[in-house]
Write a protein that binds this ligand. Structure first.
Ligand code: SF4
Length: 347
C-alpha cells in the first residue's frame, strides 16, 4: 500500500517535496493557506531570480504545473491544519479548507511554511508608509513583476534611487540579530534591473557589509562595473521629506567618516526575512520547537537539518531560516527523501 505524507506549505520547497514524493508513488496531501500555490515568489510577483536572472515565473510556474498535473497529490488551497495529533508512529490531522474538513492519517509530515518579509513599518526611522516613494524590496519586486519601474508618487521615472540594506536584519533594536542572507544579492539584482530600465537613473546602495556570497559576487561586480551602481558604506539614520517631492536620506558614510544628507526620488528598503506567524502556529499545533530567532528548529543543523525535534516531522525551506529559492527547492527534495524513508520504515 502506498505511503501517505502530509506537506504543509505550497511554496518552492513544499511544491518540490510534493512532486518528488508523488513521483515515488506516495499519496501526498499538499496544504496551502493561500488561494494559490507558489509562496512569496508568486504572491509578490518576483520578476527575475538570482544568480542567472531567469524569469521567476519559469521556475515557480514549472513547480506549480508539476504539482497540479500530478494525480498522486491531493491539493488543498485556502486550507489549514485545524488539529493534529500523534497516533503511535503515525499522525492524524484535520485539514480545513473551503470545501469542508477532512480527517486523514499520515505516515510522515513535511513542514515547508516559508517566511514573512520583515515589515519596515516596525522601524520608524525608515518612514515606510509615510511617504509613497519609500518602498521595500518586495514592493519593488512586485512593481517590476508588473512591468512598472516608476515612482509610486507620480508615475515618472526616478532620477535617483537609494537602496538601503539590512532593514530589519542584523539589528538588535528590532529583535533580529541575524543576517537574512539573500537581501544583498536581491538588492544588487534590483539595482541592475533599474539601471537596465532607466540607464540615466543614479542608483546608490547603502550597506554595512556586502554579503553576495559564493557566485552571487558576480552580480556585485556587474552592478558596479557595467551599470555604475554607487555602493556606499554607510548607515541611514533617518528618512524625511525633501524639496520637490523628494525624500531625504540622512546618515553617515562610515568609510569617509562624514555625515550625508541626500534627496532621492525613490528609496528601497531591503527588508529581511522573518519566521512569521506561521512558524509559532506550526510549533504549537505540531508540537515541534522554534529557535531563538522565531524559525522552526532543526534537530541538528549539520547532521540532520531536515528533521524537527519530533520523529516523523521534517522541515524544508525558509521556515528554518533565511535562504535563497534555489536552496529551498533543494531542501524540499532532501526533506522528501527523509520523510519517505521514515514512512517506508513505519507504514
Ligand atoms: S544579506 Fe546583506 S542586506 Fe541582508 S541582512 Fe545580510 S548583510 Fe544585510
Amino acid at each position: 500500500m502506498a505511503e501517505n505524507i502530509l506537506v504543509i506549505g505550497g511554496g518552492p520547497a513544499g511544491l518540490h517535496a510534493a512532486i518528488e514524493l508523488a513521483e515515488l508513488g506516495v499519496n501526498v496531501s499538499l496544504v496551502e493557506r493561500d488561494t494559490f500555490f507558489g509562496g512569496n515568489p508568486k504572491k509578490f510577483k518576483y520578476k527575475y531570480l538570482f544568480p542567472d536572472l531567469q524569469p521567476a515565473e519559469n521556475v515557480i510556474g514549472e513547480l506549480i504545473k508539476g504539482a497540479e498535473s500530478n494525480n498522486n497529490i491531493k491539493k488543498y488551497l485556502s486550507a489549514n491544519i485545524e488539529s493534529f495529533k500523534e497516533d503511535g508512529k503515525k499522525f492524524s490531522a484535520v485539514i480545513k479548507s473551503s470545501t469542508g474538513s477532512e480527517t486523514k492519517t499520515f505516515d510522515s509530515v513535511i513542514v515547508a511554511t516559508g517566511f514573512e518579509h520583515f515589515d519596515p513599518a516596525k522601524d520608524s526611522k525608515y518612514s515606510y508608509q509615510l511617504f509613497d516613494d519609500v518602498i521595500d524590496i518586495k514592493d519593488l519586486e512586485r512593481m517590476m513583476g508588473e512591468g512598472n519601474f516608476t515612482r509610486p508618487s507620480n508615475g515618472k521615472p526616478p532620477k535617483n534611487v537609494a537602496i538601503i540594506l539590512c532593514v530589519g536584519s542584523r539589528d538588535r533594536h528590532v529583535g533580529n540579530q541575524y543576517c537574512s542572507r539573500v537581501c544583498c544579492t536581491v538588492s544588487v539584482k534590483q539595482a541592475i534591473e533599474l539601471k537596465e530600465h532607466f540607464p540615466e537613473t543614479e542608483v546608490y546602495i547603502f550597506y554595512m557589509d556586502i554579503r553576495t556570497y559564493g557566485f552571487y559576487e558576480d552580480l556585485y561586480w556587474k552592478a558596479m562595473e557595467e551599470h555604475d551602481v554607487q555602493i556606499v558604506k554607510g548607515r541611514v539614520a533617518e528618512i524625511t521629506s525633501g524639496p520637490d517631492n523628494t525624500v531625504i536620506c540622512k546618515g553617515e558614510d562610515t568609510l569617509l567618516r562624514g555625515p550625508f544628507e541626500i534627496p532621492f526620488d525613490m528609496v528601497v528598503l531591503a527588508s529581511g526575512m522573518e519566521g512569521g506567524p506561521q512558524s509559532p502556529e506550526m510549533a504549537d499545533k505540531l508540537g515541534i520547537e522554534l529557535d531563538e530567532h522565531g524559525f522552526l528548529k532543526q534537530a541538528n543543523v549539520t547532521l540532520s537539518p531536515f528533521k524537527s525535534n519530533k520523529d516523523g516531522i521534517f522541515l524544508a525551506g525558509a521556515c528554518t531560516g533565511p535562504k535563497a529559492i534555489a536552496d529551498a527547492i533543494v531542501e524540499g527534495g532532501a526533506a522528501a527523501m527523509d520523510a519517505y524513508i521514515y514512512a517506508k520504515k513505519n507504514s
